[in-house]
Design a protein around this ligand. Structure first.
Ligand SMILES: Nc1ncnc2c1ncn2[C@@H]1O[C@H](COP(=O)(O)OP(=O)(O)OP(=O)(O)O)[C@@H](O)[C@H]1O
Length: 393
């Protein structure tokens, strides 16, 4: 039995301790992460959830020092990682990101073999390990090992990303929105595979997710964060759902059940925002001047038939001289008759806080994440009010 094949179910992970971790980004008034202290027990899968910008990713990346903490200490398996060499540290920690993050010019086998190669494993050992991992994530090695990432679907790329994270058999694996970029069916499958892999390997796995359902499904524990990575609650899914520590947590986890209401409401019920617009082929310098004068930082690119292409930050647009005809394939776009659930799905899948709304293909405005949540709150308030009325009558 190789060292990567411990007896099924025995813990191969080690615990992670964060003590008074703080991260201040230059130029920010408040720290992104303030005084975060946390123990992640060996062999557990811990989910970081919380609203956008609350510091989930920053907290995660401090564990492998992709981001250096401003102060505080982190130990992994009892060792203070702030004293270790960051490059070596990262070889001992698996890291999986949204979309898989595969290197496009390398085959599947080469991608999976990167860290083992750096660790000096023999070619034979790397090849055996690659095949073992491809099997584990549900890809036939003989079919997929020599393919390039572009020859794989999004879900397959994500699977290879997970295999790569596991490659050198690290005790700790960090995942940042690992299944955020795949369709719901593939996501469910990947979650199921991860659960079955974990039941065998018992690594220490930390996952950042936007999806409370995913957190409840996968997590041994869920860390609910508020702004500044303040711990709102840290407990098992059962306790978080059954006994939320405060209104903040109740609101946050309740959003899952409230999502059902979203399938009853239409995009046309939400507030439509009119952003600044520009056309494919416009001169970028003129667009930036005009849009800045309008007080906006982003601009909607339309084609000559008023169809949306992409909603871009001006700072991104600066890369070009004339407004490019960006392929809208991955842009979040919905018809005005779509449900708010579709709109939310699109936003979450594309990691955009807005979705472009069209009528017969033409752009009619943007709906923002905040408008959708406002609508939800309103419908919940209405529901509460009507329940109270019923109680009084
Ligand atoms: N490199 C950076 N420079 C300055 N500020 C940053 C940087 N990275 C993140 N921030 C800020 O730190 C805060 C926390 O960001 P972080 O990415 O950790 O949040 P998050 O909870 O992962 O958000 P999301 O769910 O949107 O990914 C935010 O206010 C963000 O704007």
């Amino acid at each position: 039995m190789s060292n990567s094949q411990e007896a099924a179910g025995s813990t191969t992970g080690v615990d992670i301790q964060l003590r008074s971790i703080e991260k201040r980004y230059p130029g920010q008034a408040r720290p992104a992460v303030q005084e975060l202290s946390l123990t992640i027990p060996a062999g557990e899968m811990v989910m970081f959830v919380g609203p956008s910008g609350c510091g989930k990713t920053t907290s995660l990346k401090m564990i492998n020092r992709l981001i250096e903490p401003t102060s505080g200490s982190i130990t992994i398996g009892g060792e203070d990682i702030t004293r270790s060499n960051p490059t070596e540290l990262r070889r001992q920690i698996g890291y999986v990101i949204q979309g898989g993050g595969l290197l496009p010019h390398m085959t599947v086998k080469q991608n999976i073999g990167i860290v083992p190669g750096l660790l000096g494993w023999s070619k034979k050992k790397i090849a055996d390990r690659t095949d073992e991992l491809l099997d584990m994530v549900g890809l036939d090695p003989s079919v997929y090992r020599d393919r390039f990432p572009r020859e794989l679907s999004g879900g397959q790329q994500q699977r290879v990303g997970v295999a790569r994270g596991l490659a050198a058999d690290p005790p700790v694996i960090l995942m940042d929105e690992p299944f955020g970029a795949v369709d719901p069916i593939t996501r469910t499958r990947l979650q199921d595979e991860l659960m079955s892999i974990q039941s065998e390997l018992r690594k220490t796995i930390v996952i950042v997710t936007h999806d409370i359902d995913e957190a409840v499904k996968l997590g041994d524990r869920i860390l609910v964060l508020a702004e500044g990575a303040e711990i709102a609650q840290y407990d098992t899914p059962e306790v978080i759902l059954g006994a939320p520590a405060n209104d903040y947590v109740a609101d946050f986890v309740g959003a899952g059940s409230k999502l059902k209401q979203l399938t009853l409401m239409r995009v046309s019920d939400a507030e439509l925002h009119q952003p600044s617009i520009c056309r494919v082929g416009d001169k970028v310098s003129e667009v930036i001047e005009r849009v800045s004068a309008e007080g906006n930082e982003s601009v909607m690119i339309l084609d000559d038939r008023d169809r949306p292409r992409e909603f871009l930050f001006l700072r991104t647009l600066r890369k070009w001289d004339t407004v490019p005809a960006i392929d809208p394939e991955n842009a979040p776009i919905v018809d005005h008759r779509a449900t708010l659930n579709d709109a939310m799905d699109q936003m979450l899948e594309s990691s955009h806080a807005a979705v472009s709304v069209t009528r017969r293909g033409k752009f009619i405005g943007n709906v923002y994440f905040d408008s959708v949540t406002a609508l939800l709150r309103q419908s919940q308030d209405n529901a509460t009010a009507s329940t109270e009325e019923e109680g009084q009558s």
